[in-house]
Design a protein around this ligand. Structure first.
Ligand code: SAH
Length: 228
C-alpha cells in the first residue's frame, strides 16, 4: 500500500471504529489519525493493520484492536502535561499514541525482543518522549516515580501494590484485571493519599500480565479484594 492509502485506511478506522463506537476525545482521534499503526506489525500484515481486531506480534502476544487503544487513551483523560507509565510495551503502538497525548511515557516490556523492536520503530518515527525498559513491570519504575497515570495493557490477577505506590496523589491506575471465572474487566483506581477509589469500567480480553518466569499467567486468584 502507498502512504496515501494508509492515510485513507486510518481515516476510515477513526470514523468507523472509533467515532462510531463513542470515542470522542479530539486529541485521541487526532493522534490515532496520524500514528502509522502498520509500522508496528510485520510487513506482510501491513495492509490489515487498520482493521477492527487485535494483531499477533509474536511470542504469543497481541497488539490491541484500535478501538481498545483509543478507549484506554480516552479513559486516561490526558491533557498533555502528564508522566505516564505503561506496563506491556508489546509492539510500542500504544506507547506511540500515548506519546502524542502526554508529556512523557515510560514503558516496560518483559520480552526483550519486543522491547528492542518497539525501540527501533519509535526511533524511526522520531518519537523522543518514550523510554523503554526490559523487565517485570509489576515492580514499576522507581527511578521515575511518581506517575500521573499508570496503564497496564496485560490482564493482572491482582493489581500490584508496588505499582499503586508509584502514583501521584490524585493520579490513577487503569487496566484489565481478572475477575471470577477468568473474565476480565477494566478498572480504574484513583489515588487519594493512601486510599484508592475503585471504578469498574467494562469487560475486556487481554493477554495475561506475567509476574515471573514460572508464572504462565493462568493463575487468576487474587489477594487484593479491593479490585473485586
Ligand atoms: N500495548 C501493547 C500491547 C500489549 S500486549 C501494544 O500496543 O502493542 C501485552 C504485553 O505485556 C506483551 O508484550 C507482554 O509480553 C507484556 N507483559 C506481560 N507481563 C508483563 C510484565 N509483568 N511486565 C512487563 N510486560 C509484561
Amino acid at each position: 500500500m502507498r502512504p496515501q492509502d494508509y492515510q485513507v485506511a486510518r481515516e476510515r478506522m477513526v470514523k468507523e471504529q472509533l467515532i462510531s463506537n463513542g470515542i470522542s476525545d479530539p486529541r485521541v482521534l487526532e493522534v490515532m489519525l496520524r500514528t502509522p499503526r502498520h509500522l508496528f506489525i510485520d510487513d506482510e500484515l501491513g495492509p490489515q493493520a487498520y482493521s477492527d481486531h487485535a494483531f499477533p506480534i509474536g511470542y504469543s502476544q497481541t497488539m490491541s484492536q484500535p478501538y481498545m487503544v483509543a478507549y484506554l487513551c480516552e479513559q486516561l483523560a490526558l491533557k498533555g502535561n502528564e508522566k505516564v507509565l505503561e506496563i506491556g510495551t508489546g509492539s510500542g503502538y500504544q506507547a506511540a499514541v500515548l506519546a502524542g497525548l502526554a508529556k512523557s511515557v515510560y514503558t516496560i516490556e518483559r520480552i526483550e525482543e519486543l522491547a528492542e523492536k518497539a525501540k527501533a520503530v519509535l526511533r524511526d518515527l522520531e518519537i523522543s518522549n518514550v523510554e523503554i525498559s526490559v523487565g517485570d513491570g509489576s515492580e514499576g519504575w522507581r527511578e521515575f516515580e511518581p506517575f500521573d497515570r499508570i496503564l497496564i495493557t496485560a490482564a493482572a490477577a491482582e493489581v500490584p501494590q508496588s505499582l499503586l505506590m508509584q502514583l501521584c496523589d490524585g493520579g490513577f491506575f487503569l487496566g484489565p484485571v481478572f475477575r471470577n471465572a477468568g473474565e476480565q474487566e477494566i478498572v480504574r483506581l484513583i489515588r487519594s493519599g493512601e486510599k484508592f477509589r475503585l471504578e469498574r469500567l467494562r469487560q475486556c480480553s487481554f493477554v495475561p500480565l506475567v509476574r515471573d518466569p514460572l508464572d504462565d499467567g493462568q493463575n487468576t486468584t487474587t489477594e487484593n479484594p479491593s479490585v473485586r
